[in-house]
Design a binder for this molecule. Structure first.
Ligand code: HEC
Ligand code: HEC
Ligand code: HEC
Ligand code: HEC
Ligand code: HEC
Ligand code: HEC
Length: 497
């Protein structure tokens, strides 16, 4: 054999290095081809292809270099042997046998490693991997997701989408996330919003056609007050979702204004995009209107244009999949279904209070909720505590279920940390802009009128008459707070504090 390279390249340590490098590189090529052939885009796979295997390549190269340096020293010191490689004689039966074994072993090893790598690859693509391997970290997101309208939509469809660019980006951030979990470098709770989330065009809009006209949708809300009778009342809203474009049908409503004809840019001054002093709307003809908050002292010249945000689906639908419900909303629903018995005096208020206490961990919370509710009835309504024991017990079980699904003390997760932008009751949501205080230079106001986004069709309090009108009735706040609901944001009283 003629040696093209200086002879110190030919030594056992370097050979091992060459072998590792070639094998890892081969596997990278193999996995990349599989990835390109597979129909779906997949997420955390890159941990192997782009993190572990490249590390092995580097290790192999380092080993080879180390071998070379070591060998050079040995040659200088005259320690080098003349024959670096054993001489193989195929006429020698012992040599033949050993070569046979070696070849067989090598092929077996290559097959096994390809198989194992492929299995590992498949596993990193599953939702179980996203949700369970990083169990404690992403458990809240994963649990909430399983009960959401998107429970059958893979994590990757919203978090990565298709195409090479975001695929590579997700590999890089995925690698960082693994590091963050291993070295405990993540925040509790995980920060929201995700700063570099892919714009909705590449994710949501692959399934939901933005021009689709959604029309109007009637929604009925049932509430129970915090009084002894748990006074029930209902509200009927006709949501003016609308949408569409001039080719596909009528254009009106919430979706049309926000997304298709209009370009809305806004400037948030906090990380969570909850405080918005400056909004710009551009219509189809390019006319620009700027609305500024009269409540916040803010100077346009402070605007850092890299932080300007173009409104898309996620600015309203920021919790399409990981919804942590407000305790009052969850309890209202459970009472409406009679999973929590509405005949128990003060149960609404007791349930909400039990859910909202700051517990240190889930098991403690589950026990404390039972104790708290039982104690309340034992000391205030001893008769009911006896006669309605089964109702109390089943209600407790329901409250515990609500807690398990919506509170994750180990990650500091609850509705308070993850404001839902779709409404305006428990967080500012639409009222971040539509608070009645965002005014343009020529005096237009971003409307806060109660019949702009929904028509209040009907409202009914228990034992009172039904108020109803197709054109919209005047809202009546369930408890008398004077005119406060007309000029104060609802979340001032209903939000976290
Ligand atoms: C329907 C789309 C959708 C699906 C499916 C989805 N997510 Fe999300 N996820 C979002 C959106 C939207 C956000 C919030 C983004 C923002 O506000 O910047 C988010 C936020 C997150 C966050 C950041 C913390 C937070 O709660 O805001 C994590 C972690 C997360 N998702 C993990 C997952 C995991 C794990 C899965 C699969 C089990 C998954 N997501 C499935 C849309 C989705
Ligand atoms: C892989 C396809 C897919 C993607 C991606 C997707 N969705 Fe959906 N979405 C659906 C389907 C299917 C439904 C209907 C679920 C049902 O009614 O059972 C739905 C329902 C919805 C609903 C109605 C929920 C309800 O309460 O009825 C909203 C709002 C929504 N999606 C918003 C989003 C947003 C925002 C995103 C991007 C973050 C997104 N979707 C991404 C498939 C998708
Ligand atoms: C200005 C805020 C806003 C933006 C931006 C927005 N939506 Fe909506 N969307 C709403 C509201 C409000 C509703 C009605 C919610 C309800 O029924 O309570 C809604 C309803 C929906 C529904 C359910 C319709 C139904 O009748 O069940 C879907 C699906 C949806 N939006 C998808 C999207 C997608 C996709 C985008 C981005 C192209 C988007 N939305 C952008 C506010 C918005
Ligand atoms: C970032 C600020 C911002 C947020 C948040 C926002 N909007 Fe708007 N909205 C606007 C602007 C700006 C316009 C006015 C566009 C124009 O100049 O005509 C508008 C207009 C509207 C209109 C049309 C009003 C009319 O006069 O016909 C509706 C309906 C609407 N928004 C609903 C919503 C709903 C529902 C939400 C919450 C889910 C919401 N908006 C959240 C900025 C916002
Ligand atoms: C900028 C649009 C907008 C305006 C203005 C608006 N709302 Fe709403 N409102 C919404 C949306 C969107 C929802 C649906 C939230 C959801 O899907 O859960 C909603 C929901 C509600 C609910 C039910 C909340 C719940 O979750 O139980 C009540 C009550 C309500 N609105 C009252 C009012 C009153 C009173 C006014 C007038 C002061 C008003 N709204 C003005 C957009 C608006
Ligand atoms: C000054 C404080 C305050 C403001 C502002 C306020 N509310 Fe209320 N709201 C209350 C109180 C107090 C209750 C009674 C709570 C109870 O009995 O459990 C209540 C109850 C409600 C309920 C029933 C809640 C439930 O969980 O059963 C709804 C719905 C509601 N308010 C809507 C609104 C809307 C919409 C706005 C804004 C337009 C608003 N409120 C503004 C104080 C306020």
């Amino acid at each position: 054999m003629r040696k093209k390279l200086p002879k110190y390249f030919y030594n056992p340590v370097s050979y091992a290095g060459y072998f590792i490098t070639t094998l890892s590189f081969g596997l990278i090529v193999f996995l990349t081809i599989i990835e390109l052939l597979s129909p779906e885009t997949k997420p955390y796979m890159g941990i192997i292809t782009f993190l572990i295997l490249p590390a092995a390549v580097l290790f192999g190269i380092a080993l080879a270099i180390y071998g070379v340096i070591r060998e050079r020293k040995r040659i200088r010191k005259g320690l080098s042997r003349e024959h670096l490689l054993p001489i193989i004689d195929l006429n020698n039966p012992v040599h033949r046998k050993n070569i046979g074994r070696l070849t067989f072993g090598l092929i077996f090893f290559l097959l096994i490693s390809a198989f194992v790598t492929y299995k590992a690859y498949e596993f990193t693509e599953t939702d179980a991997f996203c949700g369970e391997v990083c169990h404690s970290v992403m458990m809240p997101e994963y649990s909430a997701y399983q009960y959401s309208p998107h429970a059958r939509v893979g994590c990757v469809e919203c978090h990565i989408g298709s195409g090479a660019e975001w695929y590579i980006r997700s590999k890089l951030s995925g690698a960082y996330q693994v590091y963050a979990v291993l070295f405990n470098k993540y925040t509790k709770p995980i920060e929201t919003p995700i700063v570099n989330l892919r714009p909705a065009q590449g994710t949501c809009e692959q399934c939901h056609w933005p021009k689709h006209f959604l029309g109007e949708k009637r929604r009925e809300f049932t509430y129970f007050l915090s009084d002894e009778e748990n006074t029930k009342w209902t509200l009927n809203l006709l949501m003016r979702t609308g949408g569409g474009n001039s080719e596909a049908g009528p254009t009106s409503g919430i979706h049309w204004h926000m997304n298709i004809s209009h370009k809305v840019m806004y400037y948030p001054i906090d990380r969570r995009r909850q405080e918005i002093p400056w909004v710009m709307a551009q219509d189809v003809d390019g006319n620009i209107t700027v609305y500024k908050s009269t409540e916040v002292d803010f100077d346009d010249s402070q605007i850092d244009s890299t932080k300007l945000r173009r409104m898309d689906c996620i600015d309203c639908h920021n919790r399409p999949s990981h919804i942590y419900y407000n305790p009052s909303a969850s309890v209202n629903l459970a009472m409406e279904e009679e999973w929590i018995n509405p005949k128990l005096p003060f149960i609404k208020s007791v349930a909400v209070e039990a859910l909202e206490k700051p517990y240190t961990d889930k098991p403690t919370a589950i026990d404390s909720i039972a104790i708290f509710v039982k104690d309340f009835y034992n000391s205030n309504y001893p008769d009911i505590a006896k006669t309605m024991k089964p109702a109390i017990d089943s209600s407790i079980a329901e409250i515990q279920k609500i807690y398990s699904r919506n509170y994750y003390p180990s990650m500091n997760v609850s509705w308070k940390e993850f404001p839902n932008n779709i409404g305006h009751l428990y967080s500012d949501g639409c009222f971040r802009c539509h608070d009645g205080n965002h005014v343009s230079d020529d005096g237009q106001v971003l409307s806060r009128d109660c019949n702009t986004c929904h028509i209040i069709l009907a409202q009914k309090f228990e034992k009172k008459s039904l108020r109803l009108s197709l054109g919209g009735i005047n809202y009546k706040h369930p408890v008398d707070i004077g005119g406060a609901w007309q000029d104060t944001n609802c979340s001032y009283c209903h939000g976290p504090e």
